[in-house]
Every structure is written in C-alpha cells, then in structure tokens.
Write a protein that binds this ligand. Structure first.
Ligand code: URA
Length: 434
C-alpha cells in the first residue's frame, strides 16, 4: 500500500479503509513514513474530516501501536478518568481517592503534560517521597491492596499518538474532533480499564470554546468507548475561569487536601463530587449517577476520601503527614501580591493569561523534559462575581526564582476583568452524555 495514494484519497474527500488507516499508523510508528507525509495526511484528515467508522479505525490502530495494559488481575470494575485539561484542574487528586474510598478500583496512569502547570503526576511528585514510577506488577499490587494507585504513563502507550501529537502541534491540526478523540481514547483504551469517565471542558480556557463543540467531542468519545464495549460517560463542564483558587503543583495538592477535608472552594468541590459519583455509578456500585454522587458527598464529609489519599501517598512512598500539615509541601520562597486598581466586580478571569502567568512563575514546562518548580504558581483571592475595591489583593504569585515574579504578576493582573455590574453565574456542570 502506497502512502501517496492514501494522502491523495483523503485529499479528494474519499473514505479511507481500515487497511489504509492501519498501514498509515503502523508505518508512522515504525519510522517508515517520513514526517512530511504523516503531516500531509493529518492535514487532509483535518480539512476533509473522518467519519465515525474512520475515527473508530484510527483509534483502534493507534491503541494497538504501543503497549497495552492487562488489568484483569484487579478485582472489580476499574474506572479510568480523563480531563481534556484546564487551568487549576486538580480534580483527579480529589476524585480518584474519593471514588476509591467508595470501593471503585482506581488504576490510573497519567502523563506529565506541557503547559501552565505540570500534569497530575507532577503534582503528586511534589509530595515528598511520592514515587510515580512503579513497575506494572507493583502498580497492580497497590490497586489490589489499597484500591488506588496513580503512576506515570510510559511513552510506549499508544506510541503513534506521541508522533502524531508532536506533528499536529506544529502544523495547526490539533483542534479537530476526530483527531482529538482518537488521540485521547487510544490512550485510555490501551490502559485497560473497564469503564471511562471523560471530563470535557468548554469555555474560554478550553480546547472547545462552546458547550456545543465540547458536547460533540464528548459524544464522539462516548461512541468510541461504547464501540470497544467500555461503559463511557462524558461530563461537559465549564472552564470559563480557573478551577478552584490554586494553580501550580504543590499549591494544587494543598487545595486538593483542603477540599478532601470539606474546606475547598465550591467549584472544585462540586465538580470533584459529581465526577467521583459518576465513577461509582460506572463501577456498578450505585444504581444511578444521583446515588453515586450522594455516596461521594458522604465520603467527602466523613473524611474517608482524605484517609484514602493518605493511604495512596504512603503506599507510594510519600509523606502522608501532608494531609495534616500542608506546610510540609514545597513552597515558593518569593511571592508578589497582585493588587486591584479599580472598584467593581470580577467579571472574568482569563484562564489563558493565568496559565501563562503560572508557567512564567516556573510551575509549568514549555518543552518536554524541562524541570518545573513544584512550589511555584498562583493563589487566587478573588473569583468571578466577587466584589472588589482598588487596593484589594486579586491573587498572589509564588516562585523560587524572584526574577520571575514581576512579569508573572503583570500577566495575572491582565487576566482579571473588572466591571461595574455583577455578571450572572454560569453552571459548572453543563451536561452529562451517557
Ligand atoms: N489531549 C490529547 O491527549 N490529545 C489531543 O489531541 C488533544 C488533547
């Protein structure tokens, strides 16, 4: 089969066969197909689109392009969770132990991620001693003994995705529903859970700006999951402002701990409880999502989610005392307060700018492999709808590099839009697609 013919067929709007797609994915992973032909086909796919069958075929070929995990020796219905990402999104740190405390086996592999902060495993690594590099046998043992384990995902999972994503990132071919959903679902399916919960963000600081576009992406991923016989649910949630108040690695761990104690911000608490509740439902431990959400809320209240967080951390070598004393987490030595210059109400907080400020403070990485500052980031004092006066602190920027504070603080200031009138609240959970 000739790559030239495959590119020409898609360029001319033809439907690709499973064989053509398989050949493209295999040749891209092995290195036989040069980057310029891979990029050309990705662009043709972006412009001409893939139908459902082509998207399923692409997902299957990508899933099979690398390592797959066999979790069958873990008892119970394993549920994985994925978020399409957002500023301040630390829900996994709360949702996963909360679901595990209710009996859901959580065997989670996460990536490090690029951007405003590290990924879930970077955040967990800010807990002194926490080991995210357990081998598969130990990973499975931890889930069987403790009901939860979160480790780093190897680049060998859905290997084709690593190649494609790197090329999509530099050829303006990221934001396409078939390409995004095959990328996400190939990795989730390779990781072997029985059910998948997807948190698809919509809004200014998300890939999908509108609820409709996010719902289209969510529906496609749910359809893919079902075609692989996995129970799959997508929650469409707002990303109009950062989630919670903390943005940064150890800052987010501290906020997750506070949330598990019932002292977290309302938005992150509510979303985490809803997501944990749906995981409980997907695991067959609740008859419907409402009952699952109720159970998750009770486990948050009685402290069993926090106890499970501590158990997970200690089972992975981490210092569980952080759950009692968050000052044991690394902190930025330097800080700068960002001061409001006018009276009014916070009308919006631009997530992209807060994300850039966080990255600038040292909390995120621009290229893979870069070190991050675990103590860097921002704490928001004000959120959408809050009344403010000139002189109030809007947020505080933290870093271990004093020279990074000024520009990060300037970006953070620009992120806040203050208006004379209070804007109306938008619901956090927009819809659930089953
Ligand atoms: N996240 C992924 O893993 N892949 C995409 O294509 C977009 C977001």
């Amino acid at each position: 089969m000739n790559m030239y013919d495959i590119i020409r067929d898609k360029r001319d709007g033809k439907k690709l066969t499973a064989e053509q797609i398989g050949c493209f994915v295999k040749g891209s992973t092995s290195g036989e197909i040069p980057d310029y032909q891979i990029s050309a086909l990705l662009m043709a796919m972006f412009l001409k689109g893939l139908d459902k069958e082509e998207t399923f075929d692409l997902t299957r070929a990508m899933k099979d392009s690398g390592e797959t995990l066999d979790l069958s020796s873990i008892k119970g219905i394993k549920v994985d969770k994925h978020s399409t990402g957002g500023v301040g999104d630390k829900t996994t740190l709360i949702t996963a132990p909360l679901a595990a405390a209710c009996g859901v086996p959580v065997a989670k592999m996460s990536g490090r991620g690029l951007g405003f902060t590290g990924g879930t495993i970077d955040k967990l690594e800010s807990i002194p001693g926490f080991n995210i590099a357990l081998d598969t046998d130990q990973f499975i043992k931890n889930v069987n003994e403790h009901g939860i384990c979160v480790i780093g995902q190897t680049a060998k999972v859905a290997a084709a995705d690593k190649k494609f994503y790197a090329l999509r990132d530099v050829t303006a071919t990221v934001d396409n529903i078939s390409l995004i959903s095959s990328s996400i679902m190939s990795k989730k399916l390779a990781l072997g859970s029985d059910a998948i919960l997807l948190d698809v963000k919509c809004g200014r600081a998300a890939f999908m700006q509108t609820e409709e576009a996010a719902a289209e992406l969510g529906q496609m991923m749910v359809d893919i999951g079902k075609s692989f016989d996995k129970k799959t649910v997508a929650v469409i949630s707002s990303m109009d402002q950062p989630l919670g108040r903390a943005v940064g690695n150890s800052l987010e761990v501290a906020e997750a701990i506070r949330t598990l104690k019932g002292e977290g911000p309302d938005d992150i608490t509510e979303l985490s409880v809803v997501l944990a509740g749906i995981m409980i439902y997907l695991s067959g431990l609740a008859s419907d999502t409402d009952q699952g959400i109720e159970t998750a809320r009770e486990r948050l209240k009685d402290g069993s989610g926090l106890a499970k967080f501590r158990e997970m951390a200690e089972a992975q070598g981490g210092d569980g005392r952080v759950t009692e004393d968050v000052s044991l987490l690394p902190a930025g030595r330097y800080s700068r307060k960002v001061i409001c210059t006018e009276d009014g109400y916070v009308n919006s907080i631009d997530g992209q700018l807060i994300g850039s400020a966080s990255m600038h403070s040292g909390a995120g990485r621009a290229v893979a492999g870069q070190d991050i500052d675990p103590g860097a980031g921002l704490l928001l004092e004000k959120k959408n709808g809050d009344q403010v006066s000139a002189g109030d602190v809007l947020c505080t920027v933290y870093s271990n590099d004093e020279s990074k504070l000024s520009s990060a603080a300037q970006m953070a200031l620009e992120a806040f839009s203050i208006t004379a009138d209070r804007s109306s609240d938008t619901p956090l959970v927009r819809r659930v697609i089953k």
